[in-house]
Design a protein around this ligand. Structure first.
Ligand code: ASP
Length: 622
């Protein structure tokens, strides 16, 4: 934060008004001789001779050293106003690690505006503090450079997204926070109605239906910085409440939606850093699964999955006989120890594989065929061999094919999993990440569109469940398969992925009642059920719905990645802990009996205690 204060910083921080006339972090040699009045927090006090003290004064813009001659009691985190004169630091005492390191403020008069108890943890960036303490005292944690920088980046990113949407002709429309429950709607936060006891609103999981209704309403191009709420288990990339850039547009193709969203997210990356960000790439779902084993590929590094199914088909190695064999090449890791290979094998088993095949790629010794065979390796022409118990009985041509398919070089390690296609892909895709993924902060952000998702996934009992949501338009070529072979129907749904994180998803929507009803039927939703759940949308479609499509970008995830943070809590001012609690406010808490009565709520004794339940008040309506 302090590093680049200066001309750009001045513009960013605005005019320092009110009780002060300068920002701490912006003073430079050019200000030498200037009288200044600063306000902020005492970051550090050091004695300097008998009377003098050095006070590091901190505000939002950074830190400056003040030389203070006063008897006043000055302690860490006291809030003070300091008036003095800017001077160059004496020869040899500059601090190159501080943006203001060439200057100090001298002849200071100090006024204490507010005293402070000793903070429960050091606000110094170097101090490691456990998360519960940070969140319990979030207002202190927010004073740290990292949080100031992250929240300011968040504001810049949101502003860039908004400017892009407005430039592209979109209108921001707010949709209700009090929405209607869907029968069996799991994971919704319920809000009891005071005026209609026993009835509930829910907080929206997304403005999906509302934005489609806006299209029926002729709004044409809508966006919103929408707060969405889902009562799901929390993870590093998931909170109960999150913000998304929600978009919907009429008379638009999938390419149009993708172009609009690409513009917005590239604009966001541009405000986050000076690094050149490559244009958004596109992969079909099939390609992504084939090459990366996942629909959330991190394309910042190679180690793509190689298909060995054909190469090993005739190898006669039982362990490799399977419908699908996928491999990765780990460059330069041929020397991996046996115990490490054993733990990788255990990891592959944990991920669902039967085992893990490994091969060390070694230079072939053309004149020592026997020695090679004795070691379990086979010479390959004049170049490469595979050193592995499994390669011992492989024909040289099979080894040759494996080397070619993986692009192996001498000194590499090859890892392979054989099994059902989904397992082989998923396990190798995960091992690729675990062995090769660079930290989020490394390299330029790499956005990828994933297109042509299947319309349905196979549910646990073999039935079709929507892969995206039930309003997604099938691929026009596949509509004929809806009844006969639903699981092979492609959709007009697309995801946006950034550095291996799913940033959001969207689709072209169904805008005709008949087709929507056919999809509900394929999902085994009866006409009555469909009417009960989504009747108001189906009704709207009677009155002229334009073709439309949209998207939602997860803003918390976007900011976290652009900030190089692995957890979205680092870019949210007041997040919940993993167990859904807020250690600062104590939420969720029990409601007073009077409030419960007014809401018509009886809390059952067997239900989870509201104070401890991350899901909020338990119980049922009378
Ligand atoms: N409503 C979807 C979601 O929140 C996004 C979309 O299809 O526009 O994931």
């Amino acid at each position: 934060m302090t590093g680049d204060a200066g001309a750009a910083g001045e513009a960013r921080d605005g005019r320092p008004f009110g009780l002060r006339d300068h920002w701490c972090g912006e003073l430079r040699l050019a200000d030498e001789g200037a009288p200044v009045r600063l306000c902020g927090w005492v970051a550090r006090v050091r004695a300097h001779g008998s009377h003098l003290r050095f006070v590091d004064l901190r505000d939002r813009s950074g830190i400056v050293q003040c030389v203070v001659d006063t008897d006043a009691d000055l302690r860490s985190e006291y809030v003070v106003a300091i008036s003095g004169t800017v001077g160059a630091r004496p020869e040899g005492t500059s601090n190159p690690n501080l943006a203001t390191g060439d200057v100090e403020v001298r002849d200071c008069a100090v006024e204490v505006l507010s005293e402070a108890e000793p903070p429960p943890f050091q606000l110094d960036e170097r101090a490691e503090v456990d998360e519960a303490t940070r969140l319990r005292y979030r207002y202190l944690d927010l004073r740290r450079d990292r949080m100031v920088a992250n929240l300011r980046l968040r504001a810049s990113v949101m502003s860039a997204l908004r400017r892009s949407m407005e430039r592209q002709g979109f209108t921001e429309v707010e949709t209700p926070l009090l929405w209607t429950p869907t029968p069996e709607g799991a994971r919704e936060f319920a809000v009891p109605s005071r005026l209609h006891h026993g009835s509930f609103y829910v907080l929206p999981q997304s403005p999906q239906i509302a934005k489609q209704l806006l299209m029926v309403g002729g709004m044409d191009r809508y966006y919103q910085m929408a707060k969405c709420l889902r009562d799901e288990d929390l993870r590093a990339d998931r909170q109960f409440e999150f913000t998304q850039l929600d978009v919907e547009m009429s008379f638009a193709t999938q390419q149009d939606v993708m172009a609009v969203v690409s513009d917005a997210v590239l604009a966001a990356a541009a405000v986050a850093s000076d690094r050149e960000v490559p244009p958004v790439a596109t992969l079909t779902w099939q390609e992504s699964m084939e090459r990366y084993g996942t629909d959330k590929p991190d394309v910042r590094f190679g180690m793509e999955l190689a298909d060995l199914t054909g190469a090993v088909a005739a190898s006669g190695v039982a362990a490799l006989s399977a419908p699908c064999v996928k491999a990765i090449r780990v460059p330069g890791e041929a020397g991996t120890t046996r115990s490490r290979l054993d733990s990788l094998t255990a990891r592959a088993r944990q991920l669902g594989a039967k085992g893990l095949a490994w091969f060390r790629v070694v230079p072939a010794k053309a004149d020592s065929e026997d020695a090679g065979a004795a070691l379990g390796s086979r010479p390959l022409g004049s170049r490469l061999s595979l050193d592995s118990p499994l390669a011992r009985h492989m024909a040289p041509t099979v080894i040759d094919d494996i080397v070619t398919a993986t692009g192996a070089q001498a000194g590499d390690l090859l890892l392979a999993v054989a099994g059902p296609t989904a397992t082989a892909r998923a396990v190798m895709g995960q091992l690729r990440l675990e062995l090769g993924r660079p930290p989020l902060s490394e390299g330029a952000p790499r956005y990828v569109w994933i297109t042509d998702f299947p319309l349905f996934d196979e549910g646990p009992d073999g039935t079709a469940v929507p892969a995206h949501h039930p309003f997604t338009m099938p691929h026009p070529d596949d509509v004929v398969l809806l009844d006969s072979d639903p699981l092979s129907v492609r959709s007009q749904a697309y995801d946006l992925v950034l550095n291996g994180w799913e940033l959001g998803s969207g689709s072209i929507r169904i805008h005709r009642r008949e087709l929507q009803q056919r999809i509900f039927a394929a999902l085994k939703l009866s006409a009555e059920e469909a009417q009960a759940r989504f009747g108001f949308l189906l009704d709207a479609f009677r009155y002229g719905a334009p073709p439309h499509g949209g998207f939602a970008v997860g803003v918390d995830r976007l900011v976290a990645i652009l900030a190089g943070e692995e957890n979205i809590r680092e870019v949210i001012a007041f997040p919940k802990t993993q167990s859904g609690a807020d250690p600062m406010t104590g939420a969720p808490k029990e409601l007073a009996p009077g409030a419960l009565r007014e809401l018509g709520i009886l809390v059952g004794r067997a239900g989870p205690a509201a104070g401890r339940s991350p899901a909020g008040p338990g119980g049922s309506a009378p």
